[in-house]
Write a protein that binds this ligand. Sequence first.
Ligand code: HEM
Length: 214
Amino acid sequence: MAETIDRTRLITDLRYRFNYLSKFIDFNQDDITMLNKLEPIVSPNLPTIVETVYKKLYSYDITKEYFLMRHDGFENFSLDKEAGITLDSIQVDYRKDMLSVFIKHILTQNDWNDSFLEYLSRVGEIHTNRGGSASINVDYLHINALLCILENHFIDIIWNSDSLNFHDKRKALNALNKFFWIQNHFFTMQYGLSLKERQMSTVPTVNLSKCFFR
Ligand code: HEM
């Protein structure tokens, strides 16, 4: 018999929503333990990951421009170009740090309690102008692309690790993949992608005869 899921609670109750998603994709305490096991393997690679990620974001004007905007909290920051200190450099240093903190947090958290779920949700929210700086509203397209880049870094690290046996590598890749889909959901939720009706389409209508899963 199909399990009943309360649509309203899915929207209003973060824990209920997370529980449904994690049960659906079978994300459980074993996966969390596996993520924790990855911490000493991933941590030494953090500076490289963060540098590569920011290099990528700076290689396109459309993504670079988000870092040239003045973020909330940096209103009174005065520039000292001669010393090489610009709004851009100081904000980016701060954000680089926040990205390492985020990754560390994911890999060290062993109790995915309500405040941790709120943190994951907040990371999504801060990229929208509802939750972040009023001037910043990162297009979800870039978030999606960066999640892919980040996940690939993790895959390479796990794949090349000497301290995990074949069985654990598979478990680690599974846990990691589930985590990324969960974090992706915390982003899409904040962008309203899962809550609103379809708003616009640039794709011509195709009359598909039926959905395979119906
Ligand atoms: C894999 C996807 C991403 C992750 C995990 C991530 C993570 C984070 C974290 C942890 C913060 C700091 C939150 C805080 O201050 O507490 C942050 C802030 C920020 N991120 Fe990202 N980020 C992602 C993608 C992007 C992309 C693609 C861009 C731009 C193209 C971007 C631009 C920013 C900006 C501008 C802020 C500062 C927002 C503000 O202070 O209002 N992020 N991000």
